[in-house]
Ligand binder design. Structure first.
Ligand SMILES: Nc1ncnc2c1ncn2[C@@H]1O[C@H](COP(=O)(O)OP(=O)(O)OP(=O)(O)O)[C@@H](O)[C@H]1O
Ligand SMILES: [Mg+2]
Length: 257
């Protein structure tokens, strides 16, 4: 068996609609062309990531909810769906929202996802955990289970403030729960005009002392359009500027590890 050296990433931002799900999905798509084996974990009760692959969840389906509530689970390849060759999705379920209150009185509530993922590190090159836009026990589990965090954000002053909040949270989790956790970088997404990236937003980001990726992802209708067609951007719009950005981001990320 070939042993893989897996890196686990959280996509996190307490602000909604910044591109956490889109980046997780399309970064994974781009890494497939580098022959990587990837697990996407849909850790958001809204299940947007699962929907983007058209996954239908029935009563019998295994989902990430089982990771939080079941004493024992089957192996990851029996729980996740292979949505493309070498791309696996551990789906979300509607019941995931009730896990938040269920876990509040349970022991080891912060480490359940970590305990599960630590056992499958030899099976994947990368694991990306998509999160809800809030700090609850699910996001907490994601940050405890991860090595690195990618923080997608828009570059308006208002959105940039959200980066401060999540980076403070990450520092706390690093201190008390997960010393290996590191912010890999802030990823500017839905950028309209590269030359006019808000200078004050950039300066604000710099003042938070968090790394910012050199690559930013342009705004393009190809991103929602692909999702509506249950396709990855690499499948629907490979020769477009936004895919070029995604691919450049993938290269920058790989070289920064
Ligand atoms: N680069 C982009 N250009 C244009 N539209 C984009 C881009 N990235 C994401 N979007 C669109 O913006 C919307 C929000 O993106 P997405 O769902 O990925 O954000 P999110 O952070 O996961 O949101 P939530 O916090 O609600 O889970 C979606 O309709 C998505 O298709
Ligand atoms: Mg999302």
């Amino acid at each position: 068996m070939i042993m893989k050296k897996c890196v686990v990433f959280s996509l996190a931002n307490l602000k909604g609609g910044v591109g956490k799900t889109s980046i997780a999905v399309n970064l994974a798509g781009s890494l497939l062309s580098d022959n990587k084996t990837i697990l996407l974990v849909d850790n958001d009760p809204n299940g947007n990531l699962s929907s983007q692959f058209g996954l239908e969840i029935s009563e019998e389906s295994f989902t990430v909810e089982d990771v939080y509530v079941s004493k024992t689970t089957p192996g990851v390849f029996d729980m996740a769906a292979e949505v493309r060759p070498n791309l696996w999705v551990l789906a979300s379920s509607q019941g995931l929202s009730s896990v938040v209150s269920y876990l509040s009185s349970k022991p080891n509530r912060e480490t359940r996802l970590k305990n599960f993922l630590d056992k499958v590190l030899n099976d994947f090159d990368f694991i990306f955990i998509d999160n809800p836009p809030s700090l609850n026990v699910l996001t907490f589990n994601s940050l405890v289970a991860s090595h690195r965090v990618i923080i997608p954000t828009q570059l308006e002053d208002f959105s940039v403030e959200g980066v401060k909040k999540i980076s403070e949270t990450i520092q706390e989790i690093k201190k008390h729960f997960n010393p290996r956790l590191k912010i890999q970088g802030v990823l500017p997404n839905m950028v309209n005009d590269r030359r006019r990236i808000s200078k004050s937003a950039r300066e604000k980001l710099a003042s938070f002392h968090v790394p910012v990726f050199k690559t930013s992802i342009r705004s393009s209708v190809k991103v929602p359009e692909s999702a509506e067609m249950y396709k990855l951007v690499i499948e629907h719009a490979k020769s477009t500027p936004v895919y070029e950005d995604i691919s450049n981001f993938k290269d920058e990320l790989l070289s920064s590890l």
